[in-house]
Structures are given as C-alpha cells and as structure tokens.
Design a protein around this ligand. Structure first.
Ligand SMILES: [Mg+2]
Length: 372
C-alpha cells in the first residue's frame, strides 16, 4: 500500500503581509502589499501547498471595531484575492484581545489544532508573518518561519527574511520572480551609452539620445512594450545619426538578451498586427538564439524631419544581431511618420509578448532544450 503523501501548508498572516498593517475597518483602508497577488497566484499554480490564512484581529466585535466593519473589509479582501486566482484554502481568525489569554491567539496553536493531527507535513511547511509572534507560532507548529520584514537578525527556525513577495515566491517555487534587468555601459570613440532595461517594468523611463525623432520612437518601445528604460547617449551627431542609432540598437539588443538569461519560462515568440491611420504593419519575432531580419516595406520619404528613414531598418538589424532574435517586419505605404511609428509600436508589442513569462512554467520553449 502506498503511503499517502502528507500535505504541506503555508500559514500566512494577513495584516502586514497580505494587506498593510492597520485596523482595516473601512474599504478605503484596504491596501494590498505589492506583488502579493502575483506571488500567491504563482505559488498556487506551481506548488501543492495548502494556503491557510492565520490572523489575530484584536477586539473585533467591540464598539471600536464592530464585526460588520471587519467582515465588510475582510470579505472584500478575500473576494479580490479569489478574482486573481490567489485564494486561500482555509482561514483561521482569532478575535480576542491580548489580555484575554486566549489559547487560539497567535502564537498559540489552539485554532490550528487540526493541522497538528499528523495529517500534514509540518516539517516542510512554512509560517509567513511580519511579527515575532508569527515566528514563534512557526516554532510552536514545528514548521519553518518566513519573516516578512527586513532588519531583524534571524532566529531559530527562520529560513528567510524579506519584505518582497517576489522573493518569497522565488524561494518557494525555485523560479526567479524578480524583475529581469540589465545594465549596459558602452563607450567608443563614436558614442557613449548608459542603458538600463527592466523587462518587467511598467512602461516608464527617461530616454536622451540627442536625436528628437529617435527619442520619440524609443518612447513608443517603452510605452507599448511596457519596458522600464533609462537610456543616456552622447554620440557624434555632428557627423550624422548613424553611430548613435546603431550603437543604441546594439546596446538594447544586448540588454534584452542579458535580461532574458537562459530564457526559461518565456513565451519566446511574439507578434503584433496594428494600423496607424492609413498604415498597416505587422511584426513577428523569435528569440531563437539566431539573428535574422526581413524588412518588407518602403518608406514614402527619405527623411522624417531630419531623421533618415534608412536608419530604421539598420536599427532593427543591429538589434536582432545582438538580441539573437529573428525579426520579421512588414508595413504598407503611407505617411512616413505613421510608417515609422507603426513599426516601433508593433515591434514593442511583439517584444512584450515574446519576453513574457508563462505563469507557472520554467521550461525552455525548444525541443533542443536550449535557446542559445
Ligand atoms: Mg501581521
């Protein structure tokens, strides 16, 4: 007879861990901790832990904290978590005051007695909390502690101290949930570039290349690719734009490739189809590890403002060389500014899709097992 595997549990505090620490007695006081939903969703999908909320809610039911106020807010927190596929399997909440000496109040274990009946693998379970009493509860349960606060000095049974849910999720799943970033500094006799790229950003950044139209196109990349980019370039624009555009593309390609690491868990392929006024554009890409560019389109003018449109093709050729990706770009006739902007927007959206992480996956999307 096969012994049935014991279930592992994540006991998780609420205030200070799921939502910010305060007496949450009105809806406007609900403020979720950054990345908690993303992290819980990943943990739910990638692991088999039972998620159990364990909370002390001091004095609920007294005039200063009516039960209906608590319930309104707590039900809303649970409802929002469920909507994000970050729901809990069970909840245990103690409403007593410290002076009541209730055995169910953390770090007491009375309200968790049924998790201590031998049916659960507590040795490989965790208590995640922001207070010393949570870490004492971990010890009382016989599980490990994850102290959701920085600046402590460890303690018996504490295996991780952090205030980052992404770090907690990385620790529990073995997958890196942190932002994928790269910083490139490149100096030649022609250009000097300092570039930071965050593939998991929010479309923010500061771009200064000294070439107005090029800045405008790179801002499309940031906004529509939802990359965070800090880019500062000083180039020999007194010669022309060539070195600046080429070197920025090389650095961007290098930064994206570096931030992708071993490309584990990414979509790999990305595509987009869009129109901008009269211009139709399509872009597809593959982070295969091989460089190629098909650029199927003809700009209606040689310059947009003072920017030579031939440099747009060269930008994408340079990017694909360093990012080691295949890139297909096609666009219709039309206004040259619309053509250029459509290409950068569609490229940004295709890039966003290709680098996106598949939730719950750490696989390399290749039958070869590597994408180099
Ligand atoms: Mg707490």
């Amino acid at each position: 007879m096969n012994a049935k595997a014991l279930k592992k549990v994540l006991f998780i505090d609420r205030d200070g861990v799921i939502v910010e620490e305060t007496q949450v007695d009105s809806l406007e006081k609900i403020r979720f901790i950054p990345h908690v939903m993303e992290a819980l969703r990943t943990i739910r999908r990638q692991t088999d832990y039972l998620l159990v909320m364990v909370s002390n809610q001091d004095g609920v039911g007294t005039p200063s904290f009516p039960m209906e106020d608590f319930k309104l807010c707590h039900d809303r927190i649970i409802q929002i978590l469920e909507g994000e596929d970050a729901s809990f399997d069970d909840q245990r909440i103690d409403f007593s005051l410290p002076q009541d000496g209730c055995p169910g109040r953390k770090p007491g274990t009375a309200m968790l007695a049924d998790y201590m009946d031998g049916q659960y693998d507590l040795e490989n379970s965790f208590m995640i909390g922001d207070r010393a009493s949570d870490m004492q509860l971990a010890r009382n349960l016989g599980c490990s502690g994850i102290w959701f606060h920085e600046g402590h000095e460890g303690g018996e049974g504490i295996v991780l101290e952090t205030s980052s849910w992404l770090e907690v999720a990385s620790f529990l799943t073995g997958c890196d949930m942190e932002h994928r970033k790269a910083h490139i500094v490149r100096t030649t006799k022609e250009t000097s570039i300092d570039l930071t790229v965050d593939l998991d950003g929010n479309g923010r950044g500061c771009i200064e290349t000294g070439i107005g139209f090029f800045d405008h196109m790179l801002e499309q990349l940031v906004r529509h690719g939802r990359l965070d980019v800090e880019a500062h370039l000083e180039g020999d624009t007194w010669v022309d734009e060539h070195h600046s555009v080429e070197d920025m593309a090389l650095c961007l390609g290098k930064a994206v490739l570096s931030a992708l690491g071993d490309k584990r868990g990414i979509q790999r392929y990305g595509f987009d189809l869009l129109c901008m006024d009269e211009v139709h554009c399509e872009v597809s890409m593959d982070f295969s590890g091989r460089s190629d560019l098909v650029f199927d389109g003809r700009f209606s003018r040689e310059y947009v403002g003072s920017f030579p449109t031939e440099m747009i093709r060269h930008f994408f050729k340079s990017f694909s060389n360093e990012a080691r990706c295949s890139l297909y770009i096609a666009f219709s006739d039309g206004n040259a500014h619309h053509q250029a902007e459509a290409v950068f927007k569609a490229f940004a959206r295709a890039l966003r899709m290709a680098v996106r992480r598949i939730s719950g996956s750490d696989e390399v999307v290749s039958t070869k097992g590597v994408l180099e």
